[in-house]
Design a protein around this ligand. Structure first.
Ligand code: SF4
Ligand code: SF4
Length: 145
């Protein structure tokens, strides 16, 4: 009986792989790349990723988009309910106490990101997706005439 040649990639007889890919392309590096792509795809769609993007967005706006921040805060309404959900978006702030209290709230040492939260409806949505309900809300945007 003739010995069947194995391609080694999926243990199918050579030339009969269902995927049709050449065995020569299935190097360890190709597998690594595939796993990285898979992990990146999973991360991109995760809540953690969204929360971290929100942090970056607020950092950028707080430091480089002063006009936008001013407009947004002008239409923000309500008061902080001190639920602490925004303090644990993505990563939990070390200054957050168990009771949902900020240990540096009265010291004036809070980062600007905290002072401007929530900055827009995306932030409200982030809190909601994280299981909370921010007590702030925004007046509808008015078009400048
Ligand atoms: S510094 Fe205070 S307000 Fe800001 S995220 Fe931390 S606990 Fe929350
Ligand atoms: S989610 Fe809203 S209500 Fe809760 S602590 Fe943050 S700003 Fe305050």
């Amino acid at each position: 009986m003739a010995e069947e040649k194995q391609c080694g990639a999926c243990m199918s007889p050579a030339g009969a792989c269902a995927c049709g890919k050449s065995p020569s392309r299935r190097t360890p590096l190709a597998f690594l790349r595939a796993w990285i792509r898979l992990a990146a795809g999973f991360f991109a769609g995760s809540l953690f990723s969204r929360q971290m993007r929100g942090r970056l967005r607020r950092f950028w706006a707080g430091n480089f988009r002063r006009g936008y921040v001013k407009r947004q805060l002008a239409r923000r309404r309500g008061e902080c309910g001190q639920c602490g959900v925004c303090c644990a978006l993505g990563i939990t702030c070390p200054a957050l106490r168990q009771a949902g209290c900020c240990s540096i709230y009265t010291t004036g040492g809070r980062p600007r990101n905290c002072e401007i939260f929530p900055l827009d409806e995306k932030d409200l949505a982030d809190v909601k997706l994280s299981g909370g309900a921010c007590a702030y809300w925004f007046e509808p945007e008015t078009k400048a005439g």
